[in-house]
Each structure stands twice: as structure tokens, then as C-alpha cells.
Design a protein around this ligand. Structure first.
Ligand SMILES: C[S@@+](CC[C@H](N)C(=O)[O-])C[C@H]1O[C@@H](n2cnc3c(N)ncnc32)[C@H](O)[C@@H]1O
Length: 234
């Protein structure tokens, strides 16, 4: 956990700049949110980062939570929303407090997923919504690139391992964080195990073009950079 905090505290000042070219992924995320979220919901964004979704949902009752204080400072400055330093695996809220929990762009790839899902379920009201994306094990564009650059054995081994590193350079210093990838089938099994009903699953960052707004619920969702679901607490 310490390495995750250090990584994001260092990345925070560059984060929005590094990820400025993901507007098509954002448009799919926003489309899903817009169609699912109601005005009277109390929403928690876990792993809110620099507050992209707090900004998008600024006219709603929404709170941001993140483990990195530097990411949160930016989220607070950008959105003006209430933010909390905390861990998705031990949420500092009473049971059945929120109508909706959201988590986008891979916060869930850094945690013990069973603990996180247990906590998210605990703080949701009955029939509360859980809307999220996480990094996909079968990201086709990554697989093609890896086959071309590193070959078959490296790529198959990396997929089998399911774990990898994200590396960035900030102020000339290399920073690295561990991440665990999931397939859409695994996500479905996990949601069922934790007693969520799956309303639908979707993919983002499939072609990284406006086409993603049409393809996000098709079978190509299995091969996007990020996979997600709209799930309901049973
Ligand atoms: C890739 S960023 C995504 C941020 C934001 N949701 C977005 O869409 O840009 C992942 C975020 O998850 C946060 N995070 C990682 N592990 C966490 C944990 N255990 N509890 C809370 N936040 C966590 C990181 O600090 C980081 O801000």
C-alpha cells in the first residue's frame, strides 16, 4: 500500500497532463453515469484521483475518497467537492450510507479485490448501484504491440501472470506501481460472489476513437483497455 501511495503522490502533479488523451474513454464513462445516476443519489467516488468524475457530477451529492493526499488536493481544487483520505479496503463510512459507489480507471487494480467489494457492498443501500471500470487482462491493442515488440512467449507469460507494473517518469525519476489485471469473466464471477446483480457490462478504450461510444456494449468490450459494469446490490 505504501508504494501505491508514494507512486500517486509523486504522479499527482503530472497526472492530468499525462492522461490528457483519454477523452473517448471519459466520454463512455460519462455516458454510463448519465444514464444510471439519479439526482437524489448520495454518491461516493472511490479512488477519485484528481477528481475528473467529481467535476462531471458536480451538481450531484458526491464525495471523493482516495488513498493519495496529493491526488485529493487536486480533486478538491478542481471540483470544490468534499474529499476524504481513505482506503477502499476499509471504508470510513457507516453501512448502507450511499445510493451509488463509482470507481473508474483502475483504482480497483491496486487493491485486494475481495476486501474492496465487501466494503463497497457494505456501504451501499439495498439496490444501490456500483459502477466501475478496471484494467483489462485482454487489452487487444496491448497484446498486438507486445507480440510485435516482445514476441509470443513474453506475451503469453505476461497474460498468465495477470500482474504487471505501470512505470512513469516524473521530474526525471522513474516511478513504478504494481497492478493486477482482470478479464470480464473474472469481474462477472466476482460480482456474483459478492451478491451483486449485473445490470450490464461494458468496455472502454477499445479503439480510442469516437467509435467507442457505439462499441462499448458489444462483444468488443472484452478487448478494450478497461472493462466495467453497472451492478446492483441484491
Ligand atoms: C489511475 S488513478 C484513477 C483516478 C480516477 N478515478 C480517474 O478516473 O482518473 C487510481 C487512483 O486510485 C487510488 N487508489 C489506489 N489504491 C487505493 C486504495 N486502496 N484506496 C483508495 N484509493 C486508492 C490512487 O491513489 C489513484 O488516485
Amino acid at each position: 500500500m505504501r508504494r501505491v501511495i508514494e507512486y500517486y503522490n509523486t504522479l499527482a502533479k503530472e497526472y492530468d497532463n499525462i492522461y490528457k488523451d483519454i477523452k473517448y474513454m471519459r466520454s463512455v464513462e460519462f455516458k454510463v453515469l448519465k444514464s444510471e445516476i439519479k439526482k437524489d443519489y448520495l454518491i461516493l467516488d472511490v479512488g477519485c484521483g484528481t477528481g475528473e468524475h467529481l467535476m462531471y457530477l458536480r451538481d450531484y451529492n458526491i464525495i471523493g475518497l482516495d488513498i493519495s493526499i496529493e491526488m485529493l488536493k487536486r480533486a478538491k481544487d478542481k471540483s470544490g467537492k468534499f474529499v476524504v483520505v481513505g482506503d477502499i479496503q476499509h471504508l470510513p463510512f457507516k453501512s448502507r450510507s450511499f445510493n451509488c459507489v463509482i470507481s473508474f480507471f483502475g483504482a480497483l487494480n491496486h487493491v485486494q479485490i475481495n476486501r474492496a467489494l465487501k466494503e463497497i457492498r457494505r456501504i451501499l443501500v439495498k439496490e444501490g448501484l456500483f459502477i466501475f471500470t478496471l484494467a483489462n487482462l485482454y487489452h487487444m491493442r496491448w497484446i498486438f504491440k507486445s507480440l510485435l515488440r516482445k514476441g509470443w512467449w513474453y506475451t503469453v507469460k505476461a497474460i498468465k501472470k495477470r500482474k504487471g507494473d505501470i512505470t512513469k517518469v516524473v521530474d526525471g525519476k522513474k516511478i513504478r506501481v504494481n497492478t493486477r489485471f482482470y478479464s470480464l469473466e473474472e469481474v462477472e464471477d466476482l460480482l456474483e460472489k459478492h451478491n451483486f446483480h449485473i445490470k450490464y457490462t461494458f468496455g472502454t478504450y477499445i479503439t480510442n476513437s469516437p467509435l467507442d461510444n457505439i462499441l462499448y456494449k458489444t462483444f468488443l468490450k472484452h478487448f478494450g483497455g478497461y472493462i466495467g459494469a453497472v451492478a446492483v446490490k441484491k
